[in-house]
Write a protein that binds this ligand. Structure first.
Ligand SMILES: [Zn+2]
Length: 156
């Protein structure tokens, strides 16, 4: 285990995100975003269509803005054709292509969440490790609903 990362940048990110979200008069759990553009800097690559959805997930103590957006917006950021998601740890942001088949979306959400965890805890996992973990964890939970329910505290 490596030394704990410096949390000051993380906390500054938290405050920026909270200010951006709360400043728009929406709760942290807002699921839909109106079409009007935001003033928040650094988020201009996100399309503003009415279909865009977002959720705020919690990774450790940090809220992370998870947004569903166009494939073009994601691939502009990753500069790789075929990217289905990306994450920006400094901005507490995860982008996932909207309209993916449900199982692909699940693996992509897990994959990008694992990248965020990887950065949070300075684990230095390779892309291949993140990818294998994402697929295997989602498969494990889906193949074993009773196990998933117990892990999620839905079942004693
Ligand atoms: Zn990746």
């Amino acid at each position: 285990m490596t030394a704990r990362p410096d949390r000051s940048a993380e906390m500054a990110g938290y405050r920026r995100l909270a200010a951006a979200l709360l400043g728009e008069g929406r709760s942290l759990a807002a699921k839909s975003v109106p079409a009007k553009p935001e003033k928040r800097t650094g988020a201009r690559y996100i399309s503003r269509s009415k279909a865009e959805r977002r959720m705020v997930i919690k990774v450790g103590c940090r809220p992370v803005d998870l947004r569903f957006t166009s494939a073009a917006a994601v691939q502009r950021r990753t500069r790789k054709a075929g990217s289905m998601g990306c994450n920006d740890y400094e901005r507490n942001l995860i982008l996932v292509v909207r309209g993916l088949p449900e199982s692909t979306r699940a693996v992509t959400m897990m994959h990008e969440s694992l990248h965020d965890i990887n950065s949070s805890y300075s684990m230095d996992l390779s892309e291949q490790t993140v990818d294998t973990l994402a697929t295997s964890i989602v498969t494990l939970l889906r193949d074993n609903r009773e196990l998933a329910d117990m892990i999620l505290g839905r079942k004693a």
